[in-house]
Design a protein around this ligand. Structure first.
Ligand SMILES: O=C[C@H](O)COP(=O)(O)O
Length: 258
């Protein structure tokens, strides 16, 4: 471990969307997640939970001094195939429950099937609902798009329709964040007015894996661009390594629960 690792680990912790999206999640696990979010070196950027846990996560964070930690939730997740009214109803409820960030799955299967219009329609409608109330992160599922041209098209489409962030992956398919997809997405952001953020997600468990994306973001958009409004790391299993690299033992599973 080097001093540099320690500095970088602290930087990534502040950019982390600490995630729990398991079918087995229950109230106790989400309370535990909120406690983990308040790390020994400062809070993460957000917790990311299923919609049914948004109110609990918000309440818990507020109770333990985590008012500055956002609650993110996932909609149209993970398949990206729900119909638009259902997606909007899901988002409306999440906003009422206290979500301030919505990670919505882009209809990538429609795009793969040659439907180039549904993505824009969905993102634009979600944006209209979230405007002024929540950040809208659009999950492209780049591992399934699996084609640089489609990844570029989906990125440009989501940005044009009003995405606040473009995010690589749900974490629920075989191929999640990759450097190749990140490069394409970051280039699309750079080609727009660079106000849109980038969220690599899925499969990151070490500082070294996260740094690939941090360095790409700094190279393509500049170190001044990097901050919680522009760069997030979506991960369920990254925090422990970051804490170790920052010189702290991770919270034991039994600490910080009920
Ligand atoms: O949005 C975040 C991902 O769902 C997390 O995926 P992961 O469990 O592979 O870290």
């Amino acid at each position: 471990m080097t001093n540099n690792d320690e500095t970088l680990a602290r930087k990534v912790i502040a950019l982390l969307d600490l995630t729990s999206l398991n079918d087995t999640d229950d109230d106790a696990r989400i309370v535990q997640l909120c406690h983990k979010a308040m790390t020994a070196v400062g809070p993460v950027a957000a917790v990311c939970v299923f919609p049914r846990f948004v109110a609990l996560a918000r309440r818990t964070l507020d109770r333990i001094g985590g008012q500055g930690v956002a609650v993110a939730t996932v909609c149209n997740f993970p398949a990206g195939t729900a119909n638009l009214p259902d997606v909007l109803a899901e988002i409306r409820q999440a906003l009422e429950d206290g979500a301030s960030e919505i990670d919505v799955v882009y209809p990538y299967r429609a795009l793969l099937a040659g439907d180039a219009a549904s993505g824009f329609t969905l993102v634009a409608a979600c944006k209209a609902l979230c405007e002024g109330r929540a950040l809208l992160k659009v999950i492209l599922e780049t591992g399934e798009l699996n084609d640089p041209v489609l990844i570029r098209n989906a990125s440009q489409d989501a940005i044009a329709a009003g995405a606040d962030f473009i995010k690589t992956s749900t974490g629920k398919v075989k191929v999640n964040a990759t450097a190749e997809a990140a490069q394409i997405m970051l280039a699309c952001i750079a080609d727009s007015d660079a106000t849109v953020g980038f969220k690599p997600a899925g499969g990151m468990a070490t500082l070294a894996q996260a740094l690939v994306y941090l360095w790409l973001a700094e190279r393509l958009l500049g170190s001044q661009w990097v901050g919680p409004r522009h760069l997030r790391f979506g991960a369920s299993s990254l925090l422990d390594d970051l804490l170790r690299k920052a010189g702290h033992e991770p919270l034991a599973p039994t600490q910080g629960g009920y």
